[in-house]
Design a binder for this molecule. Structure first.
Ligand SMILES: [Fe+2]
Length: 404
């Protein structure tokens, strides 16, 4: 996890130079982020080196964050640059430095690299992070479980035919081809960044296969297709979406949501995330981006709605994801699972993560800590039976050429 750039904040959480600092919890670390007078983002240890109070209380002024206890001040590199409580002969600020991590901003997101200095990978230049603001939407919310079981949910295409189904009516949910064909064959193809895979749902009656492709970009990033079609099969919207699941600690993660349009700018209705169970209706931005619906209120399940309107009775597509993933417990006991064919993508991700852990332990570079994912797209289409999906879709999935 430390060998890759990780998203830590949305840029709008630090809206201007010298704005209030923000707490960041990531990989079990307690950090504080601030945007300095010159606009650079610092990500430093939350605790002042002196008496260990919180720098979140600090004054963000003149290119540094100043502790409110005794006035010690740190720049974005963590260097102490002022020690105003000591006379010049006792001043030792040049000897004081707190932990600091490099940051950069791309795609309305502040990213940080928490790994060894000499192993820093190239910038997180996904196609989505290169989009103009008019075509991109990014949000996030806390999920109360280990990041891996959230990722595994996101790499599991077939659950969308069940968990997210609606039986008609207006509640958020998925129908269409996914409701028509609820069983799939999965095919996983390993790539230099992780893998791509397709869920292949036979539609019956010679209608071909509904093929949805995903990308798994190591170690915690999913990219999926959300294209929209008319009944005659022509595409009306070319959108691509994805999630990242970033560990806060072992039992909590931050779920990032992004989508972008490759044709028209996103309009207000497309930015309204109520359908997805994200955004201000579902996520309390004033309370650390925690979800209003959670284990303590049974995710708001409504048994009448479950009987008549949606498969779950839980409102909002990603709220349904959070519910089932949190309901597994903070860290699910995988020794008691019984996996089936449609769990192939989950199995493949676990193998790659175990391999990557070993690679890093042996001093190597893990998959995806490079630029191999820069120009990948997730595509969904109905293809004639017996079509080899990767051959058929390769040019659309890799518009500048496949990295394999
Ligand atoms: Fe889902």
């Amino acid at each position: 996890m430390r060998r890759y750039w990780q998203p830590v904040l949305m840029s709008r959480e630090l809206p201007e130079p010298d704005c209030p600092p923000v707490r960041v919890r990531i990989l079990g670390e307690e950090l504080v982020a601030f945007r300095s007078t010159s606009g650079r983002v610092g990500l430093v240890d939350e605790w002042c080196a002196h008496r260990r109070t919180s720098l979140w209380l600090g004054r963000n002024e003149e290119d540094g964050l100043r502790c409110v206890f005794h006035g010690w001040k740190y720049d974005v590199t963590g260097q102490c640059v002022d020690m105003p409580n000591e006379l010049p002969e006792f001043d030792f600020k040049e000897k004081v430095r707190i932990k600091a991590y490099p940051t950069q901003e791309m795609g309305s997101v502040i990213w940080a690299y928490l790994g060894p200095k000499d192993k820093q990978p190239p910038p997180p230049s996904f196609e989505w992070t290169r989009q103009p603001e008019t075509h991109l939407h990014v949000s996030k919310g806390v999920q109360e479980c280990n990041w891996l079981q959230a990722l595994e949910g996101g790499l599991d295409s077939i659950h969308t035919s069940f968990l997210h189904r609606r039986f008609g009516g207006s509640r958020p949910g998925l129908g269409g081809l996914r409701a028509q064909a609820t069983a799939a064959k999965l095919e996983v193809h390993t790539t230099p960044y992780g893998y791509t895979y397709a869920s292949i749902r036979p539609l019956g009656d010679g209608q071909g296969n509904y093929v949805r492709t995903y990308h798994y970009v190591m170690p915690n990033h999913q990219i999926r297709a959300i294209q929209e079609f008319t009944d005659d099969g022509s595409m009306t919207k070319f959108k691509i979406a994805g999630h990242m699941w970033v560990p806060i600690d072992d039992e909590n993660c931050m779920t990032w949501n992004w989508y972008y349009s490759l044709d028209n700018p996103l309009d207000d209705s497309e930015r309204d995330e109520s359908f997805w169970g994200n955004g201000p209706t579902f996520i309390d931005e004033q309370n650390g981006f925690r979800a209003y619906l959670n284990r303590r209120n049974d995710w708001g399940i409504d048994r009448e709605v479950q009987k008549n309107e949606t498969f779950t009775g839980i409102e909002g597509v990603n709220q349904q994801d959070r519910a089932v993933q949190e309901a597994m417990g903070p860290i699910v006991d995988r020794s008691k699972e019984m996996l089936s064919q449609t769990d192939k993508a989950i199995v493949a991700a676990r193998r790659l993560l175990l391999d990557a852990t070993k690679t890093v332990e042996d001093g190597g570079s893990p998959l995806g800590a490079d630029d191999s994912y820069y120009d990948i797209r997730a595509i969904e289409r109905v293809l004639p039976p017996d079509t080899q999906w990767l051959e058929a879709l390769k040019d659309q999935m890799y518009p500048t050429g496949a990295p394999f």
